[in-house]
Design a protein around this ligand. Structure first.
Ligand code: UD1
Length: 420
């Protein structure tokens, strides 16, 4: 098993290029199942989750080829041989369930292993199923699988009780080939939804309203192949902003969409961090001292992203004053707290919130990455901690950060990856 060894960092400095978005590319790859035409997707990040999705698409019958630049993939699905996402893949990556909508729409059947819970909560898929049922699918759950069937989906009205990102994506991908018009209300407004809709519209779909809480889809009979380049990863963007802040560094973060990270920028500014737009990206530096505490509440987009909560919490342990962090999107997303406290933080869970005492002198020790973003928080804490931090179970981190170690080293961090 591989580990990261991280030593206390001097202030990070220099420039870093953000990779394509993990959460945008996965549904876009799934959407390629909706056509027999060639889909060329560029700015694809090099990630374990992308490899898993490639494997899933191949098992379904797609031909998936990487182009020489390493960041472009070509997907062609002439024949869907298997309408299934098996448990081995779903348990490795929950986003495997995103093939459900496309398989159902294209072939009339999809069978997906139920994902179950994970480190950050119980994570049901009832809203995905509610939406597919509203389009006429018959849903049967048995033996740990859910099967959806429909001869031809028909447009319908769906109100999501919570703006779930995955449910919004699955239902959009089903509705694009349904007969008639679908109206989705209270849907997710994340930039990844907009990117998916933009790819599907290039394929010939008729989707309006992506990025707002109501999406209208006019079904079409067939879709064609398309070329698309994936948006930059806003969570990687935010993570590098915090790497700069926690080391009191000066970093220019390039290839980003500043609008996608507005809440992170706003909160960093409240703490006293200087964040400036430049022609190339956003420059993050620490001109004021001391940096001060702030409160965070996670919400669906455009609120503060749950995927940035643990990294921001790591940073808040180093500023002056006490901060309150409230997680509202997932029920149990505080797995980093025990590990951060082992490093000398003082964070207490109170009800649905966490009280973070600042100005802690973090100390390196052995810690465990329990999930992707909790793992990223430990990397950030390791940069600020005295001595060496040893992080195990880093496969979680490698699911979502492309060339993380190389990028951090280029900014001056003492980070190494060792195989045991
Ligand atoms: C996506 C992101 C993940 C991010 C999350 C919230 C991908 C691949 N992953 O996950 O990184 O943390 O959005 O921004 O894009 N829920 C239900 N029923 C459902 C579906 C969801 O109750 O059918 C609940 C979940 O348990 C959770 C909340 O809704 O509490 C948000 O989940 P959702 O937006 O669906 O997250 P994902 O799409 O799984």
């Amino acid at each position: 098993m591989a580990k990261f060894l991280i030593s206390k960092s001097r202030p990070l400095s220099g420039e870093v290029d953000v990779s394509g978005s993990k959460n945008a590319v996965l549904p876009i790859m799934a959407a390629s199942l909706l056509t027999e035409g060639k889909c060329e997707i560029s700015d694809v990040p090099l990630l374990r989750d992308v490899d898993v999705m490639c494997g899933l698409l191949r098992s379904i019958g797609s031909s998936v080829n990487e182009k020489d630049d390493g960041h472009t993939i070509e997907i062609v699905t002439k024949n869907i041989a298997l309408q299934e996402a098996p448990y081995e893949l779903v348990k490795k990556m929950r986003a495997s369930i995103l093939v459900m909508g496309p398989l159902l729409a294209k072939t009339g059947r999809a069978k997906i292993a139920l994902p179950g819970g994970c480190a950050i909560g119980s994570r049901p898929i009832n809203l995905h199923l509610k939406g597919l049922a509203a389009l006429g699918a018959k849903i049967v759950e048995e033996h740990g699988f859910v099967e959806a069937k429909a001869d031809r989906l028909r447009g319908g009205n769906v109100y999501l009780d919570f703006p779930s990102v995955g449910a919004t994506e699955n239902i959009i991908m089903a509705a694009v080939l349904a007969e008639g018009v679908t109206v989705l209300e209270n849907v997710a407004e994340e930039p990844e939804i907009v990117d998916l809709a933009s790819f599907l519209n290039k394929m010939g779909a008729k989707i309006k309203g992506a990025g707002t809480d109501t999406i209208k889809i006019e079904g079409v009979a067939a879709l064609n192949g398309a070329r698309h380049s994936v948006i930059p990863d806003r969570i990687e963007t935010g993570t590098f902003m915090l790497a700069a802040a926690i080391t009191r560094g000066d970093v220019l973060i390039k290839n980003i969409v500043p609008d996608h990270v507005k809440p992170v920028i706003a909160k960093l500014k409240e703490c006293g961090v200087t964040v400036e737009d430049t022609d190339d990206g956003v420059r993050v530096r620490c001109l004021k001292a001391p940096l001060i505490s702030t409160d965070i509440k996670t919400l669906p987009y455009p609120g503060f992203p749950t995927d940035m909560q643990s990294q921001f919490m790591a940073f808040l342990t180093t500023v002056t004053g006490t901060s309150m962090v409230i997680e509202t999107v997932f029920e149990n997303r505080y797995m980093q707290i025990g590990e951060l406290n082992r490093m000398g933080a003082n964070i207490k869970i109170e009800g649905r919130g966490a009280v973070v005492q600042g100005e802690r002198l973090l100390q390196g020790t052995q810690v465990l990455a329990t999930d992707l973003r909790a793992g990223a928080a430990l990397v950030l804490a390791g940069l600020a901690a005295e001595g060496t931090t040893e992080i195990s179970e880093i496969y979680h981190i490698e699911r979502g950060y492309s060339d993380f170690i190389e990028k951090l080293r280029k900014l001056g961090a003492g980070v190494t990856r060792v195989e045991e």
